[in-house]
Ligand binder design. Sequence first.
Ligand code: FES
Length: 276
Amino acid sequence: MFEIVERKMIVPNLHLLVVHAPDVVEEIQPGQFVIVHAGEGSERIPLSAADWDHQAGTLTIVFMEVGTSTGRLAMLKPGDTIPTVVGPLGKPTEIDHFGTVICIGGCFGMGSIYPVVRALKEKGNTVITIMEGRSKNLLYWEEKLAVYSDKLIKLTRDGSYGYKGHIKKGDDIIRETGIKPDRVIANGCMTLSYKTTQEYAHFDVPVMVTLNTIMIDGTGMCGVCRCTVNGEMKFACVDGPEFDGRLVDWEELANRRQQYIGEEAFLVHHSGCGGN
Ligand code: FES
């Protein structure tokens, strides 16, 4: 059993969960995820790692409450236990000395981009971080991200904090300031991944996005997370979850997700994701 150390709502509908999982933490790297199971009757949920503490053996996750299973996670209190935290899963984000890297986080991705930002900075990159949300009250971890960012750009769609706009506005700012990125990395919902690919592809550098496909086993066995990248069939759970968005067959991905449209609509409604 895995003990819950902390659970709190950090912004409306997004929760921070700290769980004691020393074996997972020992191996985990930026960009990887775990599958969490809250107990009988719950689904297995893939959730990205947002932070970890090797000494304490704790893993931090930021997740959105979007249904029964995440609703159960959102009820957890310190001292409670959950039966399953499997991981680390997926390929880590490639961390190298690229030069200048734009890191974009929206929604739960403001959490999962944090270890990526930290690792890139520690590798000597110039890191430009963009936080994106519908409104000021949906942004979090500004101070944590600022520590490892050479420049931190805040975007809100209603203009209540930072610059007013969505992903495209971030691109405008980058261009106006003459920054020439060597790589773009985005963490967040599928809409953010798609829009980032659309708006940043003109830089002609890799636009690495996380594909949050539906997953079941997370080990390449069930095929649910299948996608096409550069004309080849890939499984997001073992070949990803990060891919160069310029090579992703977005149309196929959208069609495959149609069967989950009800859940998606719920997610979009509650998160404010998907706005322009
Ligand atoms: Fe089953 Fe990826 S989740 S193959």
